[in-house]
Design a protein around this ligand. Sequence first.
Ligand SMILES: Cc1cc2nc3c(=O)[nH]c(=O)nc-3n(C[C@H](O)[C@H](O)[C@H](O)COP(=O)(O)OP(=O)(O)OC[C@H]3O[C@@H](n4cnc5c(N)ncnc54)[C@H](O)[C@@H]3O)c2cc1C
Length: 359
Amino acid sequence: MKAPLILGAGPAGCMAAIKLARSGAEPVLVDRDAVVGDALCGGFLSWRSAERLRAIGLQLPDIGAHPVTRLVLYAGTAEAQATLPLTGFGLSRHALDSALRKLAVDSGARLEIDRIRALAPGMAEGERQDWRSDSIFLAAGKHDVRGQARPRQADDPALGLRIRIPAQAALTPLLAGKIELHLFPGGYAGIVCQEDGSANICLALRKSLLARAGGSPRALLDQMAAQHPQFGARMAFAAADLPVDSIGAVPYGWIAQSTQPGLFRLGDQAAVIPSLAGEGMSIALTSGALAARHWLAGGAEAAPFYQSEMARAAKRPVGVAKLIWETAESERFGAPLVKMARLAPWLTGWAMRASRIAA
Ligand SMILES: Cc1cc2nc3c(=O)[nH]c(=O)nc-3n(C[C@H](O)[C@H](O)[C@H](O)COP(=O)(O)OP(=O)(O)OC[C@H]3O[C@@H](n4cnc5c(N)ncnc54)[C@H](O)[C@@H]3O)c2cc1C
C-alpha cells in the first residue's frame, strides 16, 4: 500500500494531512501553488471552524484573527442584528492556509507542488509527474479535476466576486466585531474585517447580473452600491483601481452521495454549502478529519463508508443554508426575511445553529 495522496492543500486537504501524519501515515500533499495565495472565499470562520482548528492546536487569535460576535443583516431599508452563538473570526485565506500548510509539514506530511490535470483509479496525472496511490484524497476545492468533475447548473449559476479594501481609520471601526450580510435580489455580499483591518467584501451573485452590468465586475459592484445605501456606504471606501477577484459557477447545494474504494472526496469536493452560511470552511475541516479517521480504521476500502457518513452529516446544514439562500436572494422575500429576523431573533439563532456541521 502506497502512502495516502492528498490533492489540494486548502483547509480540507491540510486537515487530512495533519491527522494522517500525526498517526504515522506519511501522507503526500500536492498543491498547484508553491506560494500560498489569498483565496477569494472563506474570509469568515464560524465558531465551529474555530473549534476544529483549536483541536489541532491552531488558536485563531494567535495568528491575528479578528473576533466576530454579531451578525448584521441588511435588505433594502430593513436591518436586523443577532448575536452569534459563539465567537467567529475574520481571517484572510493567506494567513489561514499558510498556518495550516506549516502545521501539515511540521506534523510529517510531504508537500509537493504540481497541478493535477486528471484522475483515474489509483493515479493522478500531474503536469510535473504522475502520482500513484491506492488511497487518493481529492481536496481541490472549487476546481474540478478531469475524471471527477461535479455536475454543473445549467441556467444562471452563482459566481463569486471579492474586493479587499485596505484598512482605513473610518472603515475598520464600522466593521469591528461583526459580520455583515447585505441581501440583494440575485445574491448577497458578506463583509468582515481581516487580521490586518482590511475589509473583505465577498459576493455570491447570479451570473445574469454580471451580464446586465456589461460583464464588468467593478461596474456591477458600483451599480449595487448605488442601489443599496448601506452597501454603498462600505463601497465608498473602495478606490476605483482596486482589483476584483472572481470565480465562476459554484455548484451550491451539491453533495457527493457515494464514491469508489480508494477515492475520498473532501471539502467542496464532498459538499458545497451556500456560502452565506459561512460554514464551508468548517465542512472542509470536518471532512478532512473524518476521512482520515476512516482511512486509519479501514484503509482505501473505507472510502464509500466515509463518503456516506459525510453526506449524512452535510445534509441538514446544506439543506438549511440552501433554503435561506434561495429566500434571501429572492426579490419578494429578501426584505421580509430581514424584518422577520428583527422581530424574532431566536429564528436567526436557530438558523445559525442549524446550518453548522455536527460530525
Ligand atoms: C463567494 C464565496 C464565499 C465564501 N465565503 C466563505 C466564508 O466566509 N466562510 C466559510 O466558512 N466558507 C466560505 N465559502 C466556502 C469555502 O471557501 C469553501 O467551502 C472552502 O474553501 C472549501 O475548502 P477546500 O479545502 O475544499 O477547497 P479550497 O479552499 O478551494 O482549497 C483547494 C486547494 O486545492 C488546490 N488545487 C486546486 N486545484 C488543484 C489542482 N488541479 N492541482 C493541485 N492543487 C489544486 C488549491 O490551490 C487550493 O490550495 C465561500 C465560498 C464562496 C463561493
